[in-house]
Ligand binder design. Sequence first.
Ligand code: MG
Length: 384
Amino acid sequence: MRIIDIREKTVSLSDPMSNAVISFLEMTASAVAIDIDAGEKGTVTGYGFSSVGRYGQSGLINERFAPRLKAVGDMTGADGGLDPVHGWAAMMANEKPGGDGDRAGAVGVLDMALWDAASKIEGIPLWQLLSERYNGDNAHERVPVYASGGHYYPDRDLTALVEEIRGILDQGFETVKIKCGQYGLEDDCARIEAILPLLGNDGSRLAVDVNCMCSTSGETQAMADAYAPYDLAWIEEPGHPHDFELLTALTGYYDGAIATGENLFSMSETYNLMRYGGLRADRDLIQIDPALSYGVVEYANIVRLAEAGDWPRSQMVPHAGHLLAFHTVAGLQLGAHEMAARPDFILSGLQGGVEISGGKATLPDVPGIGFETHGPLWAVLADL
Ligand code: MG
């Protein structure tokens, strides 16, 4: 098996939504296609699409990582199938350790396309291939999911927020996450109190994401004091992703769960978070996003690292709701899948045919990642 061709294009994700720190008006993503000569099975094309939040990586892909990948000769693994690990090792040749950043997303989207192709060649969905390779053939029978929404919009008030979350709950979710942190604690509490009645006033069904808004321990403690009466499912990204001192001070002060990690991009960064972040493996959540973190090869190692550090897989909850993340949650039996629930955003939803009820999703059965069954993503990927 060998690579015939790699194609890439940058796609606009422009959207009026924002969180506490960024607007999505100028957001972009990379879409890639990799053609594989699969011998008797002919040419198989694997697709990749960036996760949201870090911009497309056209330069890194076209100048560095795609040429290294194309130069790999035989990609056949020991089992006779396509082995993405060969490609991953070639892409990471001559890369110094550390400084992961945007490089991790460029490698991640190419790695994704290789895994899409590998599972298509096997004729099985990716979650099944991951289950076989990394999880002793075990997988979730139904995948725990929660819905992410409640962003800020220039023209929306609390009534619109309530309507959005009501619509999300009608889709079959039990737990939702909303954005907070942009306009101060009084506004945050108003947002939380507007949503709680939709959830039977059960705070354990509501998570709040403040997108790194706190800069000092005083700010995190004021936030914890304000949110504590609601008994929330978790508070997400209280401060800068690398500020472990701030995080440690908060977990020493606040008993509720903290979620973080979506802006860390490698096994070594995850190690530091687990070792020095003051997090508690019995409640806190690690949100490394496989698509932004060198892809499946690195993420499988991150899960091994977590287990070696006595972090149960239930505490691994990838960021952003990418179709790739859904397969990793299903095939590696992770804690839950975040799903962008607003129907008109390109990265919202799941594979065609997947059904959600009672906070759990059925498994997709099409070979590969299933981009072909996702209308908005396939509309972009098809012409690659
Ligand atoms: Mg977040």
